[in-house]
Design a protein around this ligand. Structure first.
Ligand code: E4P
Length: 223
């Protein structure tokens, strides 16, 4: 299973790359707004220098020509850019046109398996069901991931299911069990996945016992 980091913060991306678990990055206008300070283009270029995995850059135009212009611009920034296109009638046409041009797309804002099926048929290489936002409206977001994985496998579709809007470590375990090809996680959720109170306690106990043994040895040598 691939792990993408869901952020535009290059320091977080560098940290996770050092951990050896980074397969790619997803950004969106909200994540870019959180970091700011530099142009979206320059942040994307920097991210693409840190990881050779897919880096999603999201279009904001809402009509076909504007979306295509933004998509081609992003695709020219680095070879590993994947253009994020929202699910809509216009979005499907844009995904299909970009597929013909050889530009990879990530269909975003997917909230049903049917939307994902259509995005895959139009040529999106990544399908992003938003788990947390479905949970927020009292629906089972993970069911959308399970259904979409099954559909992709039933028809051997040339697309990967990317579990997005992941809010906590349990979402990650459930996405992995559902067979999601990718999950994109906030930095905080990755940290939560690493830590366990018994692991932290175990490390502290081993350290204390080690110090005790060394002190006892030093005392014996000194006497
Ligand atoms: C990633 O591709 C999505 O844009 C992101 O996971 C959305 O997460 P949110 O619902 O927590 O904003």
């Amino acid at each position: 299973m691939k792990i993408f980091l869901d952020t535009a913060d290059v320091n977080e991306i560098r940290t996770v790359a050092r951990w050896g678990v980074l397969d790619g990055v997803t950004t969106n206008p909200t994540l870019y707004a959180k970091v700011g300070g530099a142009s979206y283009d320059s942040i994307l270029r920097e991210i693409c220098r840190i990881t050779s995995g897919p880096v999603s850059a999201e279009v904001v135009a809402e009509e076909i020509d504007g979306m295509l212009t933004e998509a081609r611009h992003f695709a020219a920034l680095a070879p590993n850019i994947v253009v994020k296109v929202p699910m809509s009638e216009v979005g499907l046409e844009v995904i299909s046109r970009l597929a013909e041009e050889g530009i990879r797309t990530n269909c975003t804002l997917i909230f049903s398996a049917n939307q994902g099926l259509l995005a895959a048929k139009a040529g999106a290489s990544l399908l992003s069901p938003f788990v947390g936002r479905l949970d927020d409206i009292n629906e089972d977001g993970m069911q959308c991931v399970r259904d979409l994985v099954e559909i992709v496998e039933n028809f051997d579709l040339d697309a990967e299911v990317l579990a997005a809007s992941i809010r906590h470590p349990l979402h990650m375990t459930q996405a992995a069990l559902a067979g999601a090809h990718v999950a994109t996680l906030p930095f905080k959720v990755l940290q939560q996945m690493i830590h366990h109170p018994l692991t932290d306690k175990g490390i502290a106990t081993f350290r204390a016992d080690w110090e005790k043994a060394r002190a006892a040895l030093a005392e014996r040598k000194g006497s």
